[in-house]
Design a binder for this molecule. Structure first.
Ligand code: F6R
Length: 241
């Protein structure tokens, strides 16, 4: 079930997403957090850092699981999702590195996927943060990905590589061709989901997710079957609803 909230700008969208996160942090003892990378959740992470500094909220006993990681980038690459999460959240809160889980995009990929899913399955994710791709992907589950998928390697579409070239000097050739990603079934196990989308280039995907047919052509449409999804949008992303 979707609860859709539309705000006027990115700061308001981030503050609203933080309200959903805060309720979980306030009511659950040491909740397991599912986290995303990309532009959409950066404002939410800023709110979490502000809250940590202002209220002293501790993340010492909190576990996090990230959605995905590029295949082939070393962990310390400036655009790896490991680096992104440290630069945008982990370095500014008191979470110990051993509590942080980001899929490994190097070495034996199949074994990494199996091990990640096994570890993830031991826990109940209390809240999963999501963005959405302009092609309807969530995590890196691209169109056509089966709804029963668990952590796996996914080739990235041309559209996704174009969208993400902005992080790689605008050069699509530098964008990795695949990623390790939680599957759609892995994501659906989360108790609660907060999905953030802003900008006109997300409007079609947001429409497909909420009002479209439930189909693997729009992977996010699987969320129609989830009992608790809050979607926080700006006007541009909500324009086609
Ligand atoms: C990132 C992820 C992706 C992004 C999506 C939107 O961990 O899983 O699904 O959420 O590509 O990216 P942005 O927010 O950069 O528009």
């Amino acid at each position: 079930m979707f609860k859709v909230i539309v705000k006027d700008n990115y700061d308001e969208v981030s503050a609203e997403a933080f309200k959903v996160m805060k309720e979980v942090l306030d009511t659950e003892e040491n909740p397991v957090l599912g986290l995303a990378t990309g532009s959409s959740p950066v404002g939410l992470y800023k709110e979490m850092i502000r809250d940590h500094k202002e209220t002293g909220r501790s993340y010492k006993n909190i576990l996090t699981f990230n959605l995905d990681e590029y295949v082939g980038l070393p962990r310390d690459h400036r655009e790896s999702y490991w680096t992104f999460m440290h630069q945008n959240l982990f370095n500014y809160i008191d979470i110990p590195d051993e509590n942080v889980h980001v899929p490994l995009g190097n070495g034996d990929i199949e074994e990494n996927c199996r091990a990640y899913e096994e570890e993830l399955k031991k826990h109940q994710v209390a809240i999963q943060v999501l963005g959405i791709g302009s092609d309807g992907h969530i995590a890196f589950n691209e169109p056509g990905c089966p709804f029963d998928s668990v952590t796996h390697e996914m080739p990235l579409t041309e559209q996704t590589r174009k969208d993400n070239a902005r992080f790689f000097d605008g050069d699509i050739n530098q964008v990795p061709v695949s990623a390790v990603t939680m599957g759609l079934a892995s994501i659906m196990r989360a108790k609660k989901i907060v999905l953030i989308a802003t900008g006109a280039n997300k409007a079609d995907a947001v429409y497909g997710m909420i009002k479209g047919e439930k189909t693997t052509d729009c992977p996010a449409s699987i969320l129609q079957d989830h009992p608790d999804v809050t979607v926080v949008l700006d006007q541009a992303a909500a324009a086609k609803l």
